[in-house]
Design a protein around this ligand. Structure first.
Ligand code: VG1
Ligand code: CO
Length: 543
C-alpha cells in the first residue's frame, strides 16, 4: 500500500458545533475539506496508529464517498482495524453501541442528523470517543486547534473498497470488518425490553405506525418491530434510507413528520405513532389524537422505566438539557433520585452516565436515551414506550393524563426563528445579556420577571466549565423562557425560544399548548425586542 502525504493548508471554520462539524455538502466535497477534518481528528487524539474505529453514517448524499476517504486515511495513519456498517450505514445509536461492544478507540459518524440531505443540502462528521459518546468539549477544541495548524494529511493510494457484503477485507495492514448494521443493536434491544410482552400487545390488535422518514432507522425498525415483534408488514413506512431523505427534513417533529401527525389526529389512527430522524438518535411519540412533547416523554419514561426488564431495579438519576422542561425533575424528586441539568447537546451527558450518576437522559429536541449506550436513541425510546404500554395496557393518552394528574403538566413548546442574519442574532443576544440584571422585577405583557441569568455549567465529574449556554428567564406564576442560538445550522443563525408554563396537578391539563403558552410567548418577544431586532413577529417552526 502506497501512502501519499498531501500538503494542505488550514481551512477556516472547522469548529465542531453542538453535534460535530456540520456544513453544506458542497463545502464538505471541496478539496481537502473532509480530509483536513479527519486528519485533525486523528492528530487530536494522539494519532490513529494501532487504533480501532467504528465508521458509518446515515446514508445521505456523500456518505459513501466520505467513507472511502476515511478508510484510506485511517489505513495511511496506521489504524489497525475499522468496523464499518454494510454499505456504510450505521445509525448513531448503533455506532455508539459498536464502539462500546468492541471496545474500540472511538468512531466517526457521518451525518447531519435532522438536517436535509443532498448535494445542495447538509453533511456532517462527528467523532465519538471510546465510551461511545460524542467527543466532549476538550476533544472538539483539540480537533479545532489541529484544523488551524494542519499542513498535510496522509491517505492511502488504493481503489475503492467493496462494502456491500458482510465480511473481512484489508487495506494494507489495516483490517476492515463489514458488519450487518442492525444485528448487534437488535440484540441489545432484546436484552433491555420484554419482547414477549410487546409481541403479545401487537398480537392483541394494538397497531403502530413507525415513520422512518426515508432515513437510517428504516432497516432497524423493520427488523425489530415487524421482524422480531410481529407488527404487521407495512407498520414501518418510508423505511428505505434515501440519499436525500425523499426531499424532506428527516426531523421527527409535528412539522416535518406531518404525514404521521395527520394520520394520528384523524378519526382512524393506529394506537401508537412514532418517527425517527436522519441518523436514528431522535424520536417522536404520538398517541391516538395526542402528541407527546419530548419533555413529557422523558418524564413518563422516567416514571415508568422500572416496568421494563433493563431498568427494573430503578434509576440512579435523570438528566435533562437546560432548555428541556422541568417535567422530569418532578419525577426525580418523587423517586428521590438525582436530577441533573446540562447544556444542550448529548456530549454533556457522557460523564454523568459513565460515573453512574444518571440512568436516563433527554432533550426537548426529541432525544431520549439511557446508560445502554452514550448517544440518544430513537428506536430505544419507542421500544421503552411500547414496553410500558404493554405492561400498563393503557393508551398513550391515558398514560399522559395519569402522569399530569400526579405531577402536574409542563406546557411546553419551542419556537425557532430561522435564517436570521448572524450579526442580528448576535446583537439580540448581546442586548439581552447586557440587560439581564435589570430584568428582575420588570413586567412584560403583564408578566413579572422573577429571575434571569445566563446558563453556565460546571461538569460535576471533571470540573470543566461551559459558559454562555443560553439565557433563562423565569416569570412569576411558574413560567420560563429560554433563548439560545442553534449550534447545528448551516445557514445564518437560528434563534431558539423555549417556552414553558407549569399547571399543577389540580389544574386543567387539556388546554392547547400554544394557548397555554401565549402569555409567556408575548412577554418573551417583548422582553427580547424580537421584532425590533429581527423584524419577525412569528417563528418559522413551532414544535
Ligand atoms: C440541536 C438540538 C439539540 C441536539 C442537537 C443534535 O442542537 O437542539 O438538543 O442535541 O441538535 O441533535 P442546536 O444547537 O441546533 O439547538 V442531532 O439529532 O442533530 O445529533
Ligand atoms: Co440525530
Amino acid at each position: 500500500m502506497k501512502i501519499q502525504t498531501i500538503a494542505t493548508r488550514p481551512i477556516e471554520g472547522q469548529k465542531p458545533g453542538t453535534s460535530g462539524l456540520r456544513k453544506k455538502t458542497r463545502v464538505f466535497m471541496g478539496p481537502g475539506y473532509l480530509e483536513n477534518f479527519v486528519q485533525a481528528t486523528f492528530n487530536a487524539i494522539g494519532g490513529a496508529k494501532n487504533k480501532t474505529f467504528v465508521v458509518g453514517g446515515d446514508g445521505r448524499f456523500f456518505n459513501a464517498r466520505a467513507i472511502q476517504t476515511i478508510l484510506k486515511m485511517a489505513a495511511a495513519n496506521g489504524a489497525s482495524k475499522i468496523i464499518v456498517g454494510r454499505n456504510g450505514l450505521l445509525s448513531t445509536p448503533a455506532a455508539s453501541h459498536l464502539i462500546r461492544l468492541h471496545k474500540t478507540d472511538g468512531g466517526l459518524i457521518l451525518s447531519a442528523s435532522h438536517n436535509p440531505g443532498g448535494i445542495d443540502q447538509d453533511f456532517g462528521v462527528k467523532f465519538n470517543t471510546s465510551n461511545g459518546g460524542p467527543a466532549p468539549e476538550g476533544v472538539t477544541e483539540a480537533i479545532y486547534d489541529q484544523t488551524r495548524a494542519l499542513d498535510s494529511f496522509d491517505i492511502a493510494e488504493a481503489g475503492d473498497l467493496d462494502l456491500s457484503k458482510v465480511g473481512e477485507t484489508e487495506l494494507g495492514s489495516m483490517k476492515i470488518r463489514v458488519i450487518d448494521p442492525v444485528a448487534d443493536y437488535q440484540d441489545l434491544m432484546a436484552s433491555l425490553f420484554d419482547f414477549d410482552k410487546i409481541r403479545e400487545l401487537f398480537a392483541s390488535g394494538f397497531n403502530v405506525r413507525f415513520d422512518a422518514l426515508h432515513a437510517v432507522t428504516g432497516p432497524y425498525a423493520k427488523a425489530i418491530l415487524e421482524g422480531e415483534l410481529g407488527a404487521p408488514k407495512g407498520s414501518v413506512v418510508n423505511a428505505v434510507p434515501l440519499k436525500d431523505f425523499g426531499g424532506g427534513h428527516p426531523d421527527p417533529n409535528p412539522v416535518w413528520a406531518h404525514e404521521l401527525m395527520d394520520l394520528m389526529m384523524s378519526g382512524d389512527s393506529p394506537d401508537f405513532g412514532a418517527a425517527s430522524d436522519g441518523d436514528g438518535d431522535r424520536n417522536m411519540i404520538v398517541g391516538r389524537g395526542i402528541y407527546v412533547t419530548p419533555s413529557d416523554s422523558l418524564a413518563v419514561l422516567a416514571a415508568n422505566a422500572h416496568l421494563a426488564l433493563g431498568y427494573k431495579s430503578g434509576l440512579s438519576g435523570v438528566a435533562r438539557s437546560m432548555p428541556t422542561s422541568a417535567a422530569c425533575d418532578r419525577v426525580a424528586e418523587k423517586l428521590g433520585i438525582l436530577s441533573a441539568e446540562t447544556p444542550t447537546g448529548w456530549k454533556f451527558f457522557g460523564n454523568l452516565l459513565d460515573a453512574g450518576r444518571v440512568t436516563l437522559c433527554g432533550e426537548e429536541s426529541a432525544g431520549t436515551g439511557s446508560n445502554h449506550i452514550r448517544e440518544k436513541d430513537g428506536l430505544w425510546a419507542v421500544l421503552l414506550w411500547l414496553n410500558i404500554l404493554a405492561v400498563r395496557r393503557q393508551s398513550v393518552g391515558e398514560v399522559l393524563s395519569d402522569h399530569w394528574a400526579n405531577y402536574g403538566r409542563d406546557y411546553y413548546s419551542r419556537h425557532d426563528y430561522e435564517a436570521i442574519p448572524t450579526d442580528v442574532a448576535n446583537s439580540l443576544i448581546h442586548d439581552l445579556r447586557s440587560r439581564l440584571t435589570d430584568l428582575k422585577g420588570q413586567s412584560f405583557a403583564g408578566l413579572k420577571v422573577s429571575d434571569a441569568d445566563e446558563f453556565s455549567y460546571r461538569d460535576p465529574v471533571d470540573g470543566s466549565i461551559s459558559e454562555k449556554q443560553g439565557i433563562r428567564i423565569w416569570f412569576e406564576g411558574n413560567a420560563r423562557a429560554v433563548l439560545r442560538l442553534s449550534g447545528t445550522g448551516t445557514e445564518g443563525a437560528t434563534l431558539r425560544v423555549y417556552l414553558e408554563q407549569y399547571a399543577p396537578p389540580e389544574a386543567d391539563h387539556q388546554l392547547d399548548a400554544q394557548s397555554a403558552l401565549n402569555t409567556v410567548r408575548v412577554a418573551t418577544a417583548d422582553l427580547c425586542r424580537m421584532e425590533e431586532f429581527t423584524g419577525r413577529t412569528n417563528p418559522d417552526v413551532v414544535t
